[in-house]
Design a protein around this ligand. Structure first.
Ligand SMILES: [Zn+2]
Length: 410
């Protein structure tokens, strides 16, 4: 009988087989949620799971649930998976690794002819990336009850097509009510999308949770004036004030260390003109922060920077918090199980937080959840050059298999 283990070549092949759907021709993938390529990869995933004897259920938002029945079919399922949609210039691993590893876990149990107590369910969540329809992590958000189904179905892409229409077009508007698939827990294997594992030569990231997200909209008001006739000392330059603020924000985040990152990603100078001093500048701040305490530290430091700029430059500054997502904390028992499984398999590991959001973050609000990270080259993702080593994919999938074996019971 075949020993229960991940077949590294087969896992690698499924990752690359799925990459033909939406192949960009430059080594990457453009497979936006619910487009024709997303349909093709979904059809491939469904056929692959059915070939392994799974029943595949599709919910009203098109999320796919491939169930390998256990002895106790009425017990909640052990959920594993991620997403198959990509960014417009996405890579071959982001999300895809987690779904293909889920399929490989099923194949490993089938090869070894092992029946589990609890059913195993491999999930492909609809629209994790949020590049065609907003927001990202859409279907897992509705599954977890943090978004409404109707509002989500009505969300439009840039050409005015709704999620509901897009689902109909590719024939993936399922009948199963969102949230009704009985997941008892959820595990997501994902590439790190950051530099730490590679830099430290560590193979497995045991993810304890994800950073919180705060969005702010800001505005600086000074005085528009003639760029030639106004002496430097008499200016109330809103853009120069923003420059001070951007550098101040950078200093604050650097001082806080690895617990926070902050970005000014959008800047608009109102009525811009080459020969006019900017009098009105709007901007956004995106801050990812480890915990509520660090958020208070960052906000207090930012507020004193703002007071200083107002005083020195004579400008008005307003800053409004428009979105706050608290940091996600994963289930301590599952996190410990991930660490123990990595050790059992002989892989180095370190505990860490995720800088990016994942479907697992939503799931963690309703069921015990954990994530496993593996390194990706130069920490790069959302890019066609995104790459994870074959051995690292094997390592991540092997830790996943070990966890599933413990949780599903054999
Ligand atoms: Zn992802």
């Amino acid at each position: 009988m075949t020993k229960l283990s991940i077949n590294s070549d087969r896992l690698w092949n499924s990752i690359h087989e799925s990459a033909q759907f939406g192949d960009s021709g430059n080594g990457g993938i453009c497979r936006l949620a619910l487009d024709e390529h997303d349909k093709a990869v979904r059809d491939w995933f469904r056929a692959s799971c059915e070939q392994e004897g799974c029943d595949v259920f599709i919910d009203e938002l098109g999320s796919m649930f491939a169930v390998r029945k256990g002895r106790n079919a009425s017990e909640p399922y052990v959920g594993i998976g991620s997403h198959l949609d990509t960014q417009p210039t996405g890579g071959r691993f982001d999300g895809i690794l987690g779904v293909c590893a889920g399929l490989e876990v099923i194949r490993a149990f089938n090869d070894a002819r092992i029946e589990t107590d609890r059913s195993i369910c491999v999930v492909n969540w609809t629209n994790e990336e949020g590049s065609r329809f907003q927001p990202g992590m859409m279907a897992s958000g509705v599954f977890a009850g943090s978004r409404s189904l109707d509002e989500t179905l009505a969300s439009l892409d840039r050409s005015g097509v709704s999620v509901a229409e897009a689902l109909e077009r590719i024939n993936y508007r399922g009948r199963v009510a969102v949230g009704s698939i009985p997941l008892g827990c959820f595990l997501e294997l994902h590439i790190e999308q950051g530099p730490y594992l590679e830099a430290e030569g560590v193979v497995i990231g045991v993810v304890e949770g994800a950073y919180g997200l705060s969005w702010y909209n800001g505005r600086i008001t000074g005085t528009s004036a003639h760029a030639g006739a106004t002496p430097m000392t008499l200016r109330r330059d809103a853009f120069a004030g923003l420059c001070d603020l951007a550098l101040g924000l950078e200093r604050i985040a650097c001082r806080i260390g690895t617990s926070a990152v902050a970005t000014i990603g959008e800047v608009t100078i109102a009525s811009q003109s080459r020969n006019t001093i900017p009098g009105d500048v709007s901007f956004t701040i995106d801050a990812r922060i480890k915990d509520a305490e660090t958020t208070s530290i960052l906000e207090a430091a930012l507020s004193s920077v703002i007071t200083d700029i107002k005083h020195r430059r004579g400008v008005e500054i307003s800053l409004e918090n428009v979105l706050s997502k608290p940091a996600a904390r994963f289930d301590t028992e599952l996190v410990d199980l991930a660490a123990a499984s990595a050790e059992l398999k002989g892989y180095s590991s370190r505990r860490m937080l995720s800088g990016g959001g994942h479907d697992a973050c939503h799931l963690s609000s309703i069921i015990p959840t954990a994530m496993i990270f593996v390194p990706c080259r130069d920490g790069i993702s959302h890019n066609e050059v995104e790459f994870a080593e074959k051995d690292h994919c094997l390592a991540g999938a092997s830790v996943l298999l070990q966890m599933v074996t413990t949780l599903a019971g054999t």
